[in-house]
Ligand binder design. Sequence first.
Ligand code: A2P
Length: 276
Amino acid sequence: MTALTDTYTLANGNRIHKIGFGTWQIPDGEPAYDSVAAALAAGYRHIDTARSYRNEPSVARAIRDSGIPREEIFLTTKLQAEAKSYESAHENFGTSMRALAEGGIDYVDLYLMHAPWPWGERGADYSAGVAEAWRAMEEILADGRARAIGVSNFSVSDLEKLAATAKEAPQANQIRWFVGNTQDDVVAYGREHGILTEAYSPLATGALLDDPQLKDMAVRYGKTVAQVCIRYALQHDTLPLPKTTNPARIVENADVDFVISDNDMAYLDGLEGLAD
Ligand code: A2P
């Protein structure tokens, strides 16, 4: 399954596998350990976690126990959205690294600021705090504990504000992205500025799976709706991060070596509001 081994190249030259295994909402302990172990066994080499998912220790242990050399795996974690100062960002990263050290991990491939605002204040202007936290992330990048830094849930305006103070540009922006919710302005800004768009919830956390239009298309391709949604993300040059704890679905979600025709891509582009 080439989708698991194909890579995008970040603006800094680092390679990142085109499909990542998302771990949002997978509890720490057995569920996170087992699903990451299953993903690695199925050939995934890109794992996406976050401080706020609280599953970094199990993710790290599963990576260690897989026996796969660390350098063959691309690991992302995220600075908590609430950490909006220089000190708290350093502190928060330290907490992540201690959690990851439980599996012998001593650097991350990508470190993302989880959001431009604390979750409880969605939309508020925290640009001064973002700039401060970003300065800490630039230091973490400089000392090699993160090989790349980026952001998540940033709008065009958030990216522009960050660009006004940042010494290092973000390498990636991880956003909620799926058929009918493609945030075209953010993706276009990313393309123009060398920022890879990563697509979290590419199945709209499951809400797309019963859509009749997507089902019809999936049948025509002899694929599942999940596979159509993941393939759609890839054909838009975004990086899908499907999440499942089910081993058969882990395999299914990476079996996407087919091509959606231009006509069908245009049809999917025209669909709106399939999920909230
Ligand atoms: P489960 O973990 O029980 O498999 P998203 O990636 O957009 O966040 O979507 C995740 C949701 O979609 C989860 O509820 C997951 O459930 C479900 N899911 C993931 N992959 C598949 C699949 N191939 N078929 C059906 N449901 C899936």
